[in-house]
Design a protein around this ligand. Structure first.
Ligand code: PLP
Length: 358
């Protein structure tokens, strides 16, 4: 069976050796040595000033909305994983959708201003598939209208834009370290802020608001990463360069062997050092997509419909119609992309798709 992804597992011996350190100290959570070591290593690897490791990539979105005291309407993208919209609704705010760019698949920054009302408090956009939003224009709009900016950068591990970590943009950026993501801790995630005061508040908020054992800095929740999660991250981290190189090979193979006369793939924004996190293919129609998917499924190959449906069509979101996002969502398929995909498997995937196109 070939799935859209396959979790990269480090040699078990190496994971156990790191776990042993938690056993030796008899300490498995509450920001132990391993979480702190992972944060230090990630700061260095990513080139960021601050990082807060968290238990998943969804709570950071909710914590960011709370910490920034957002109310009313939040402008967001309809083309993302459901967590982006769910976090907004969960925090009692209203998602206001703005359609996406047909090539970059990120929120169309030229349509944002028309969606701003007196109730708008922020923009929450996704760097979907690790492809950066137009961060400069979004920053200028946010400044002009006094809005906060949160980036769901769940897919962005290792991505740089204009030579700088993509996590350094926006008031807050979040990442996911879920097992399906490029770098993972099983379940896990992180949040990033540049402003020192905000960074402190995010930190308190992810640990019940604890300032000390007996005093609290605002409302908090539990989003702490455990030592068991951090151990996985520390075991995966040494393999990252290899993971990226192997994934690049798969992407290069698809680029060279798929028939792009009837399909297209993601256009990466200029000045981006991308991370080969996903390989989405956009078909001419949903019918074409289903035909290709069926041919692949018949050979035990399971691509995924990332991301379907368009989030403005979810019943609790009550969004307006978003023609581009709805059309893309219904015709986009993410192909298998992971370390260890063999050439004969890639050959098979490409020929099944190419043959399905006629
Ligand atoms: C995976 C993902 C999340 C959620 O991350 P978890 O770690 O699974 O909570 C949020 N947003 C996007 C775009 C994602 O792909």
């Amino acid at each position: 069976m070939i799935n859209v992804t396959k979790t990269f597992l480090p040699p078990q011996k190496e994971y156990n050796a790191i776990l042993k350190r938690a056993w030796d100290k008899n300490w498995i959570t509450n920001r132990g040595f391993l979480v702190q070591e992972l944060e230090t290593s990630l700061k260095k690897y990513l080139g960021v000033k601050h990082i807060i490791a968290t238990t998943n990539g969804t709570l950071p979105l909710q914590i960011a909305i709370k910490a920034l005291k957002l109310k009313g309407e939040i402008i967001t993208t309809p083309f993302s994983y459901v967590a982006s919209t769910a976090a907004i609704v969960w925090e009692g705010c209203t998602p206001v959708f703005v359609d996406i760019h047909p090539d970059y698949l990120t929120i169309d920054e030229t349509k944002i201003e028309a969606a701003i009302t007196s109730k708008t408090s922020a923009i929450l956009a996704t760097h979907v598939f690790g492809n950066p939003c137009n961060v400069e224009v979004i920053e200028a709009i946010a400044k002009k209208h006094h809005l906060k900016v949160i980036y769901d950068a769940a897919h962005c591990f290792g991505v740089t834009y204009k030579g700088k970590s993509i996590f350094a943009y926006g008031d807050v950026s979040t990442c996911s370290f879920h097992a399906t993501k490029l770098f993972h801790t099983g379940e896990g995630g992180a949040m990033f802020a540049n402003d020192e005061v905000l960074q402190q508040q995010l930190f308190y908020s992810h640990n019940f608001g604890h300032k000390s054992q007996v005093s609290f800095q605002g409302l908090g929740i539990n989003a702490k990463m455990s030592e068991l999660q951090a151990a996985m991250g520390l075991a995966v981290l040494p393999y990252l360069d290899n993971i990226l190189a192997e994934r690049k090979k798969v992407v290069d193979f698809y680029n060279a062997n798929l028939d792009f006369s009837k399909i297209k793939t993601l256009k990466i924004r200029e000045n981006t050092d991308w991370n080969y996190s996903y390989y989405p293919v956009i078909f001419e129609s949903e019918k074409q997509l289903l035909k290709a998917k069926m041919a692949l499924n018949a050979q035990d190959i399971y691509p995924r419909r990332y991301f379907y449906p368009s989030l403005n069509t979810i019943n609790y979101a009550k969004g307006q119609t978003m023609p581009i996002s709805e059309s893309i969502a219904s015709s986009i398929l993410s192909l298998p992309l992971y370390v260890g995909l063999a050439k004969n498997e890639l050959d098979l995937i490409c020929s099944l798709i190419n043959r399905s196109l006629c």
